[in-house]
Design a protein. Sequence first.
Length: 124
Amino acid sequence: MPGNQERRKLSRLLLEVPLQISLRDGREIVFGQTSNVSAQGIFFRTMAGNFNLDEEMECVLVLPESLTLTAQPIFIGCRGKVVRVQEERPGAVVGVALEVSSYDFSGQLSLSNTVMADSGRTNS
């Protein structure tokens, strides 16, 4: 079908890891879980937050030790804007597509104990 063409330019990596999402200039923090990641975008699911198209946000992906084979989790930061929101029904899990403008692989990011404790609750 001509109207249903694949628009992605880069391949996606299926990756399910916890995600901290900072909305509205850091005034609201919510949690989710990635579904897939590429160099230009992330698709994640969450139970929290109201997401608006073109909304700018910052995220931190938590790569667990079992995935990275390191002694502690690795935190990857990213910035981007919301390009798609999939909400099947009110109060249900929301899917969000984020167009990434930059990634931070510096290793200088960290999360508070609260974030680490809450990140395990995103497996909806």
